[in-house]
Design a protein around this ligand. Structure first.
Ligand SMILES: Cc1ncc(COP(=O)(O)O)c(C=O)c1O
Length: 390
């Protein structure tokens, strides 16, 4: 008897990391490794100069992508988590108060809890409604005389809903409060103009929507604010001094940088600038609407977050549950029977699940990317119909 062909695996976990990258990214990493392969700011030989150009060129490309006026204020980090930690730990002082949304990732709440214990930082959490929507007026109501910062995820990695960054940014600007945005789920898939949005600290990661390599990311800091470093060491500059240089970005970039990663990140950002983030957003929006429209009507399936008609207010991240089934069982069945990779559970965001009422079991999360196709979405819809029916 002829053996049944295994289905082609489908990757729907782009919120965790984009698996497929533009071919230019892989090519750039290989090219750097083969033909440059040295540190920047150290040697005056030719490859050293090329490494310098890569480090400056990547900053310039990121500045263009995020509308950052001063590229020296873009600090390389290994991911958004490190960017958020640098902003919180380098900025907040004993007795400061922070306002955050109830949809934040552990990348925000864990360092804040550490700072609460070590420095006496206080924080207030702004809740979301039953659809996971945040009301910008609640942020104003949560302010205290000692509020120094508002922390907001640009889009929830659980519901996919976009946050009211325009209104909260304007509030921060009016009140002289620093605005930290976690752009983990939006960088590369939603246009971001840090200046227009009054973002003071923009933390981003290279391996998700930017489609660059893992181990890359950054923190862009407005020139309105200063920040303490908490890692000191060799920077390739001011080598006569035993003190950490104070000029940006050197103050924050001690040690040898991730050049292979930066080479890939530069190629990824160039690809995004050429393709346009808006074109990527449109494609992901269409896939999300196609998915939502069909799964909304499945009996016994509960969608979390905003419905199909509200696609302008969300990214391509969709959480759902099937009545009477544990998310991990559903995720296992999707993978085993249909070859569909999703993420199940709490997605490193227990606070968000408490807020939307899915703690502790979590959800099954589908997250689509630029390289997914309509056909793959059709397969997922069919699979969910069969699973819900069973
Ligand atoms: C909203 C949000 N913040 C932070 C992170 C952490 O991302 P990274 O692992 O790249 O630091 C993620 C990704 O899981 C996320 O979705």
């Amino acid at each position: 008897m002829k053996k049944k062909k295994a289905p082609k695996p489908i990757y729907f976990d782009c919120a965790a990391t984009t698996r497929q990258k533009p071919p230019q990214v892989i090519k750039a990493v290989t090219l750097f490794a083969n033909e440059v392969g040295v540190s920047h700011g150290r040697g005056t030989y030719k490859p050293g100069i090329e490494a310098n150009e890569l480090v400056y060129g990547t900053r310039a490309a990121l500045a263009k992508l995020f509308h950052i006026q001063r590229s020296d204020r873009i600090l390389y980090m290994k991911n958004v988590t490190e960017g958020i930690n640098t902003a919180l730990k380098g900025f907040l002082k004993s007795g400061d108060h922070v306002v955050l949304s109830g949809l934040e990732h552990n990348a925000v709440i864990r360092p804040l809890n550490k700072l609460k214990a070590s420095r006496g930082i206080e924080y207030s959490i702004v809740p979301a409604n039953s659809l996971g929507r945040l009301n910008p007026y609640d942020f104003e109501k949560a302010l205290k005389p000692n509020t120094k910062m508002i922390c907001l995820t640009h889009a929830s990695n659980v519901t996919g809903n976009l946050s009211p960054v325009v209104e909260v940014g304007a509030l921060c600007s009016k009140k002289g409060i620093a605005f930290l945005v976690d752009a983990a789920q939006t960088a590369g898939v939603v246009p971001i103009d840090a200046q227009a949005l009054n973002i003071d600290f923009l933390a981003f990661t290279g391996h998700k929507g930017l489609m660059g390599p893992p181990g890359t990311g950054g923190l862009a800091v407005s020139s309105k604010w200063n920040l303490d470093s908490f890692i000191e060491g060799g920077t390739g500059s001011n080598s006569d001094s035993e003190e950490q240089p104070q000029q940006w970005p050197d103050k924050f970039e001690s040690g040898t940088q991730n050049y292979w990663g930066l080479a890939g990140l530069k190629a990824a950002v160039d690809f995004l600038l050429k393709t346009s983030v808006m074109a990527i957003r449109k494609k992901e929006e269409a896939l999300t609407v196609q998915f939502l429209k069909e799964v909304e009507g499945i009996k016994g399936l509960k969608l979390l977050g905003l419905p199909a008609g509200a696609e302008k207010e969300r990214v391509a991240v969709v959480s759902l549950n099937i009545e009477g089934r544990d998310p991990s069982e559903v995720g296992y069945e999707l993978d085993e029977k249909y070859g569909i990779m999703t993420r199940v559970g709490l997605h490193c965001a227990p606070l968000a699940h408490r807020t939307i009422g899915t703690y502790p079991i979590g959800t099954v999360r589908f997250s689509f990317g630029f390289y997914n196709t309509e056909k793959e979405i059709e397969t997922a819809i069919k699979a969910l119909k069969e699973i819900a029916k069973a």
